[in-house]
Write a protein of this length. Structure first.
Length: 132
């Protein structure tokens, strides 16, 4: 099955590493990453995800990124809205979406240990939900 991945570029170096683990994990489940879409940040993820999921050749998608804890509640509010939009798109298109977004509210010291587990879990979720 072909899948797409939406990547937030605000933390590009970290997300590129997540993408490598996603590629490795997808091969375990016979998933082919056919499209990788880079967006400026979490706010743009739902639109890019919608554009992938509407395609007949895409069976699912993963979202990779990081929403750090800021000095205000902006990141938390935005993160909650983005995650709700991702869930809504999954239900609208009836296609599995793996959530590999660390946060909202991630502190710098919490990011590194979560990169690989979040990337792999996002792909594993697509595989698990592909054949319910």
């Amino acid at each position: 099955m072909k899948i797409g991945i939406v990547c937030g570029s605000f933390h590009r170096a970290e997300v590129e590493r997540m993408l490598e683990w996603s590629n490795d994990e997808s091969s375990k489940f016979e998933l082919t990453i056919s499209d990788v879409v880079w967006v400026p940040g979490a706010m743009e993820v739902p639109l890019a995800l919608d554009r992938l999921l509407c395609r007949d050749d895409i069976g699912g998608a993963a979202c990779l990124g990081i929403i750090e804890k800021g000095q205000t509640k902006h990141g938390l509010a935005m993160g909650q809205a983005v995650i709700k939009s991702i869930i809504d798109l999954q239900l609208t298109w009836n296609k599995p979406v793996g959530l590999g977004i660390i946060g909202p509210g991630a502190k710098p010291e919490h990011i590194e240990p979560r990169l690989e587990p979040h990337a792999r879990a996002a792909i594993a979720a697509i595989a698990a939900m592909s054949n319910p």
